[in-house]
Design a protein around this ligand. Sequence first.
Ligand code: GLC
Length: 427
Amino acid sequence: MTTRTTSRAAVITAAGLLLTACGSSDGGSGQAGPPSFEGRGPITYVAGKDTTGTVQPMLDRWNAAHPKEKVTFIQLPTDADAQRQQMIQNAETKSDAYTVLSLDVVWTSEFAAHRWIDRLPDKRFPLGKMLKPVVETARYRGGLYAVPASSDGGMLYYRTDLLKKAGVAAPPRTWDEMTAACAEVRKLPEAKGMSCYAGQFQKYEGLTVNFAEAVNSAGGTVADAAGKPDVDTPEARKGLDFLVRSFRDGTIPKKAITYQEEDGRQAFQSGKVLFLRNWPYVYSLAQKSGVKGKFAVAPLPGLNGPGSSSLGGHNMAVSTTAKNKATALDFIEFMTNEKNTRTLLEDASVAPPYAALYDDRQLIGQYPYLPVLKESIVRAVPRPRVVPYGDVTAAVQQEAYAALNGDKNSAQALRDLQKALSKAVAR
Ligand code: GLC
């Protein structure tokens, strides 16, 4: 790992020097300008497993209109870390198997710095109509390396029927209010055996998200805006302690230590948990389940008031080693246009990058939470925007998991995390 990181760093430095020597195309920031996108023909679209069932129908529409430039869908595992691994392997073997990549918003810097993805021409895409923080996730050192396809903000799903029956008038704004609401609901015979709260706590990217949200929602940070780690603080400790305590006292069920997004969704849909932290895609699926009409969403709770979400989402990029890049660019334009992202919202409650869709009356009629989601995305806290993101997230996962599992106390976990993060970003 260390050797690979070092040799990659050497490549980047060498490439940077070369560019400076030749003169770069963007005013000396050291970044290459967009390459020419040439070649037409079949391509592939590579993304995590489609749990919504809406991607292939969209690809079918593209294929019907472009019989000589068909796109084949390559589905990777649901877990973000496994997707990243496979995409990096494709890049390192200089394979042309992957053309268009659906990149998690947190990977842009890493993929751009290593030249695994091409710089894209800004003017081709209606970025001005998209939410600003969402577009920022697609940039690296000012250059555009991907196009926002979907955004994501964490929300609190809760059972309206049970809260009402228990006499709880409004969804909780703080963690204490949430546990108090649970205590009331648990007195109801129909809530027998129900757990209070779940999120994503398996050792993978979802844990990084949930840890960062707990820390941010208690007034702490993982790293500052420049990517400098600052997690060994009393505020961060209060955030982590909320999760540790909740596991210990059963507010979070023990088995949630194995939960990814889909596990939590199943638990909520089958009436096993009262409150669930999850992304917007769950809304549409849950409306087709046993809890249809019995739930709503609210902003995430925090220590002293509403909490803040981690900024999630996916952007589309072109693999540097791919063929048929002219087709790839057209395909990205198609997948990320306002009409298609609207369809994804209507059919699968996927959060769109376009600002106007959050204020659209008809869409708000279908999804009353859209204004809340827009706020949560605009105010969301980005995860550290650093090139060695893989090392950063691995360190967060390791220390947060150790604390939740009871292997280390929170203070020790945060001290060790601060050290590990500082080492990772210094490399
Ligand atoms: C969602 C988010 C993504 C995040 C992942 C974690 O897919 O869009 O940004 O990293 O969940 O599991």
